[in-house]
Ligand binder design. Structure first.
Ligand SMILES: Cc1ncc(COP(=O)(O)O)c(C=O)c1O
Ligand SMILES: N[C@@H](CCOP(=O)(O)O)C(=O)O
Length: 461
């Protein structure tokens, strides 16, 4: 299995090198050169298997020679052993033909744990073999950072630095990052938005001197292995609802486009997915782009679903790459235009995107109203991100079963949930002392030189 860049100018890599490399050296994102397909019989055979067994069968063809069957199986087993639900990603009925896929039973209570716990194991296995040491730098709007800290805390061959937008994550999210006591984990509060943090991260990757000096690695969905691990739960959910004999649709609360891109991969692999619905909050660039063809950034307005407060949606580049017939030069041109504020999607590419993706948005009021309604009518306490998904899904319910992804636990966003329902959701017992633990965080300017200096100094200590 070989991986190529969406901008067409970077070396072709194996799975392991793709995972350890992060951003391609031409600024693009790695994708598989060809996608493995699963036949209807192979999909049918997933019924009744454990989450771990499905994960092995779905992901194995992407891994190639990078890990042996035994190594890969062990990594999967260790990754999901700590989840708080035997099914790992349980499915619940919400409404007639509408289901909720609960992705918040991992150690940090968000869907990020599915991929981060696995790549933590894969990094450890690969680095133990090579004896190499890497510096992971990640950008987060709240959940990727806590999941990364949890997965990489205390690991011998890794230092992990997480940039989050100061004042723009929930208190629980912040404390999940700033209370990690292990010396290899560093929380950095940046003056700016998540888009600024992600842009500085990409700048670090594009500074080859720094990149090579610290052996930079990434665990955002820049890293294809992150997206791959998220493909698995589309299979478990669809098979539970009758795939491959029956079509299923998914509605996905979306920001950086990683999770829904995983659904797109599942569809391309042969899973019968009728609709992939992009659900955005008021920061609705993706909904606007799919509706009008204009992908134009506006300022980010802080919302009650802060993890989706994103304008520059990294993985949309992967979808554009396919929509433009895998023309790396065309994608590089669009990304250059994005730096100046935006681009227009050609008619052909827009039609290609619309053949896979539908979209909708939820305002702040609609999100709050759905948190209240789902509690009252459906008996489900939703986090605001999941509520965005459930709200948008209402316009797409019909004969095909709809699965909305519940991407985080409501207790990560207690203020928004309490404001909507009067109920303050409690953290699980193992996190009960989160607000008593001491915090450790560095405030850093939104400036590449300052950030690189900070990382270098911390590594030298
Ligand atoms: C709780 C939650 N929901 C939804 C999203 C959006 O997912 P993606 O960025 O993969 O589109 C995020 C951030 O990634 C998140 O943390
Ligand atoms: N919402 C995310 C943003 C980063 O997304 P990623 O999937 O690229 O890591 C977060 O919680 O940090």
């Amino acid at each position: 299995m070989r991986y190529i860049s969406t901008r067409g100018q970077a070396p072709v890599l194996t799975f392991e090198d793709t995972m350890l490399t992060g951003l391609a050296r031409d600024g693009g994102l790695y994708v598989p050169e060809t996608l493995p397909r699963m036949s209807a019989a192979e999909i049918a055979a997933l019924a009744g298997l454990s989450y771990e067994d499905v994960a092995f069968r779905v992901m194995r063809p992407f891994v190639g020679e990078s890990f042996t069957d035994a190594e890969f199986g062990d990594c999967i087993a260790r990754a999901y052993a700590g989840f708080g639900h035997a099914a790992r990603a349980p499915l619940k009925q919400l409404q007639d033909n509408h289901f909720l896929l609960e992705l918040f039973h991992g150690p940090t209570l968000a869907f990020k744990d599915f991929a981060m716990q696995l790549i933590g194991q894969l990094f450890q296995t690969a680095l133990a073999r090579s004896g190499e040491r890497v510096t992971i730098v990640g950008a987060t709007s709240g959940d990727t950072g806590s999941a990364a800290m949890e997965a990489f805390r205390g690991l011998e061959n890794v230092d992990v630095f997480i940039l989050y937008p100061h004042g723009r994550v929930s208190d629980v999210q912040r404390r999940q990052m700033t209370t990690v006591s292990e010396a290899n984990a560093h929380a950095l509060a940046i003056d700016g938005t998540f888009d600024d943090a992600q842009a500085r991260l990409k700048d670090m990757f594009n500074d080859f001197v720094f990149r090579d000096e610290v052996r930079l690695a990434g665990v955002n969905s820049i890293n294809f292995a992150r997206v791959l691990a998220q493909v698995v739960y589309y299979f478990t959910a669809a098979v539970a609802l009758g795939a491959p004999h029956r079509e299923v649709s998914f509605c996905v609360p979306t920001g950086n486009f990683g999770d829904i891109f995983a659904g797109y991969l599942a569809k391309r692999m042969g899973l019968p997915i009728a609709r992939l619905v992009v659900a955005t909050n008021q920061n609705d660039i993706l909904h606007r782009a799919l509706s009008t063809g204009d992908y134009v950034t506006q300022g980010v307005a802080p919302s009650i679903s802060p993890s989706m407060d994103i304008q520059v949606s990294s993985n949309f580049e992967r979808a554009l790459f396919d929509a433009y017939g895998r023309d790396g030069a065309a994608v590089a041109q669009l990304m250059a235009e994005l730096k100046a504020g935006g681009f227009h999607i050609s008619q052909g590419a827009l039609e290609a995107l619309r053949s896979d993706f539908a979209s909708g948005r939820a305002s702040e009021a609609e999100t709050s109203a759905m948190i209240a309604r789902s509690r009252g009518e459906m008996g489900e306490l939703l986090c605001p991100h999941s509520a965005v998904g459930v709200h948008v899904a209402q316009d797409f319910l019909g004969a095909v079963p709809m699965v909305t992804l519940a991407t985080a636990h409501p207790a990560k966003f207690p203020d928004a949930v309490e404001a909507a329902t009067g109920i303050r959701p409690a953290l699980p017992a193992r996190m009960a002392d989160l607000f008593e633990r001491p915090e450790r965080v560095s405030r850093v300017p939104n400036d590449l030189t300052a950030l690189e200096a900070h990382v270098r100094e911390a590594l030298a200590r």
